[in-house]
Design a protein around this ligand. Structure first.
Ligand SMILES: [Zn+2]
Ligand SMILES: [Zn+2]
Length: 176
């Protein structure tokens, strides 16, 4: 019997995004076989990838015990929110260094990878990627080529978020 997964406000469905998977592996933090492990990035001295249960991530015990972080946040965000995102939220694996997007002063909810088709359905996300690539010095033609080549399951891909405050769709791609 497995209990329902803990809720992660910044990563609402880590099973759907693929970083939490069913497993009979015992968690290195609580020592229990809980039915699921987290397979995303873990920044810690120990090799903990695939060896932590989602409950020990949610309550901060794994981060505390191993001085582990699960993602990186580049933008300014209040410390309590920063800790909630980096220490108590499952991360995700990016092709390059992953970034947690911030909007309205708080971390956005990570919803998974997206390709051109998924972004087109969310024009705010499409425009966010286009604007960022444009700021990176790409020509309009390069930007459109990159956008069109985005693939949910391949490379290049986009990482889709939604602001938890204003519901705006956000995204970035590895190339930016
Ligand atoms: Zn555990
Ligand atoms: Zn917002």
């Amino acid at each position: 019997m497995t209990q329902p997964l803990p809720s992660f406000p910044y990563h609402p469905d880590p099973v759907a995004t693929g970083v939490v998977v069913p497993s009979r592996t015992a968690c290195r933090s609580c020592g229990r076989v809980r039915g699921y492990v987290y397979t995303g990035p873990v920044y810690a001295e120990d090799d903990l990838r695939g060896r932590l249960c989602p409950w020990c991530i949610a309550d901060g015990s794994a981060a505390g015990r191993f001085e582990a972080l699960f993602t990186d946040v580049l933008d300014d965000v209040p410390l309590d929110r920063l800790h909630a995102i980096t220490r108590r939220t499952p991360g995700f694996a990016g092709w390059q260094q992953e970034r947690w997007l911030i909007h309205c002063g708080d971390g956005a909810a990570f919803l998974g990878r997206a390709g051109a088709a998924e972004l087109r359905q969310r024009p705010q996300a499409w425009e966010a990627v286009r604007a960022e690539l444009g700021r990176g010095g790409w020509s309009a033609e390069q930007v459109e080529q990159h956008l069109g080549a985005l693939s949910k399951d391949g490379q290049p891909t986009a990482y889709l978020f939604r602001c938890r405050v204003c519901d705006r769709w956000l995204a970035y791609t590895d190339a930016a």
